[in-house]
Design a protein around this ligand. Structure first.
Ligand code: FAD
Length: 483
């Protein structure tokens, strides 16, 4: 339980940028003194993983939304930049606060920093769970260790209780007598220096209100069919809640409760197969955090240590072609361009492009993870690490390396009419569906009718699928021989 005090409490916002279901904020209000909401930009504390460019864009807008909500309640968000401990100590001094509350994060460097602050601030320092349904230290196998396979992990989780979201009904938030000095948002310099974010603004509404809108819309329109549609990048079949969940504009308890509420009347939970599959995907996010917590070296090194000796290639030209969506494989290029234009990519396509990088090009998963880190608005150390190690075959419960996605077949299966490719690779928009995923197979007259000259309007494939596949399998074989 949190203490009671008439002195101010600092609520240190991090990846919990919301007022509802925020137990740190609720506990601060319950203490009965003033509340000082603070955000500190502290890149050094993130270790090897300071926020990437797209995530910084999201953060900027999410902080603006949080500040607006606070101001509607007579409060505001104090912004600072620097070493968190130094900033917090200064704020404790200037506000007279006798407690600092925050929501827990699970990245290894952040855990180490927070642990120091728990004992080093000289006032009550308390952390809460706002980010997960099942925190990693509360879940273990019968033998007492961490899970490494998703299905038993999730089965076990489903036997545990999911807490209700913490509701806070709040017209005003008690403000301190004088507000400490704050930076203004542009001083955090979170927005990109190049005009890269024009497409982001069209797609996203960062912040708590945007998250609630998106959640309601998904539950009403797409959740029921999620089981069938979630692999189709050409339809709006998934929730697109990942950046909201990452930054805590929305919490997973709120997602759980909203799905539950949608079942009202029937009493059946989950209310549909779609809802069940959707919640298990939220479970993958939990699993990712579980793995990162128990295997903190995995953002940089493979969980399966034998992959440390994999003969990755370095090829900056091909890496660049992949990043730019210029590989000559339409589904890969569509995904990489969607990422660049919107800061997000459909999960099925993330798997296809990641597989292409680590198998067709044999460029390391770490190089791919770095690019995603910089370009995803939902860049998340736990989920990104899991996604890349899963695809490269070197993580927990991963797809084996020898299973190599065929980009043409994946395209034909999950984007059958080519609508997704046509949207993101407009130079191919007029190609008939039978050639949209393999333009090099189109006869010259079909290319001419579509206005495409390969090598001029759209690249020839940068690698041959069959040869690349064989080379990837050879590389795997060489790894087996050395291990
Ligand atoms: P939905 O299908 O609506 O799922 C609901 C929520 O469940 C998502 O918002 C997300 O929080 C969670 N979720 C769904 N699938 C996964 C998954 N496979 N792993 C972990 N959580 C999942 N997700 C990130 O949030 N950040 C990342 O940095 C990230 N990097 C990835 C890298 C690779 C190579 C791959 C293959 C996947 C990565 N993912 C990442 C997982 C997944 O692609 C996204 O979470 C998903 O596409 C987000 O879209 P959505 O919100 O519509 O998901």
């Amino acid at each position: 339980m949190a203490s009671v005090s008439s002195r101010p409490t600092i609520v240190w916002f991090r990846q919990d940028l919301r007022l509802q279901d925020n137990p740190a904020l609720a506990a601060a209000v319950a203490r009965s003194g003033a509340v000082v909401p603070v955000f500190i930009l502290d890149d050094a504390a993130e270790g090897r993983w300071p926020l990437g460019g797209a995530a910084r864009w999201w953060l900027h807008h999410s902080l603006a939304a949080l500040d607006e909500s606070l101001r509607e309640r007579g409060s505001r968000l104090v912004l600072a930049r620097g070493e968190s401990g130094t900033v917090l100590r200064e704020l404790i001094k200037t506000t007279g606060a006798d407690a600092v509350y925050w929501s827990r994060r699970y990245e290894p460097a952040v855990i180490a920093r927070d642990k120091d602050l728990k004992t080093g601030l000289g006032v009550e320092a308390k952390s809460f769970n706002a980010a997960l349904l099942f925190e990693p230290h509360t879940v273990q196998t019968k033998a007492g260790g961490p899970f490494q396979v998703f299905t038993p992990f999730w089965k076990h989780c489903l036997s545990l209780k999911v807490e209700e979201p913490v509701r806070l009904s709040l017209r005003t938030l008690p403000a301190p007598e004088t507000w400490p000095r704050s930076l203004v948002l542009p001083e955090l310099a979170l927005l990109p220096k190049i005009a890269w974010d024009a497409g982001f603004t069209k797609v996203w509404e960062p912040g708590e209100a945007g998250a609630q809108k998106r959640l309601k819309q998904f539950i009403a329109s797409a959740m029921e069919d999620y089981g069938e549609q979630r692999n189709r990048p050409d339809v709006d079949g998934t929730s697109a809640l990942s950046p909201y969940l990452h930054f805590g504009d929305l919490g997973p308890r709120q997602v759980w409760a909203a799905v539950k509420a949608s079942a009202k009347g029937s009493g059946i939970f989950p209310p549909s197969r779609g809802a069940q599959v959707f919640l298990s995907e939220v479970g993958w996010r939990e699993f990712a955090h579980h793995l990162l917590f128990h295997f903190p070296h995995t953002p940089e090194a493979p969980l399966r240590t034998e992959f440390g000796a994999f003969p990755w290639r370095t090829d900056s030209k091909q890496l660049r072609a992949w990043q730019k969506g210029q590989t000559g494989y339409p589904i890969v290029d569509a995904g990489m361009r969607q990422l660049w234009m919107t800061g997000w990519m459909h999960n099925r396509v993330r798997m296809i492009v990641a597989s292409f990088l680590v198998k067709h090009l044999r460029i390391s998963w770490q190089a791919g993870a770095d690019w995603f880190w910089d370009t995803l608005v939902d860049a998340d150390l736990a989920s990104n690490t899991l996604g890349w190690q899963w695809t490269a075959g070197c993580g927990a419960d991963a797809a084996p390396y020898f299973r190599i996605f065929n980009p043409m077949l994946q395209g034909a299966k999950f984007d059958p009419d080519g609508a997704y490719v046509r949207r993101w690779v407009p130079e191919l928009a007029k190609l008939p569906a039978e050639f949209i995923h393999c333009p090099w197979e189109a006869p010259l007259h079909a290319l001419a009718a579509a206005g495409v000259v390969l090598g001029r309007d759209y690249p020839q494939p940068i690698v041959d699928h069959g040869a690349a596949r064989a080379a990837a399998l050879d590389a795997l074989k060489s790894l087996k021989q050395t291990s």
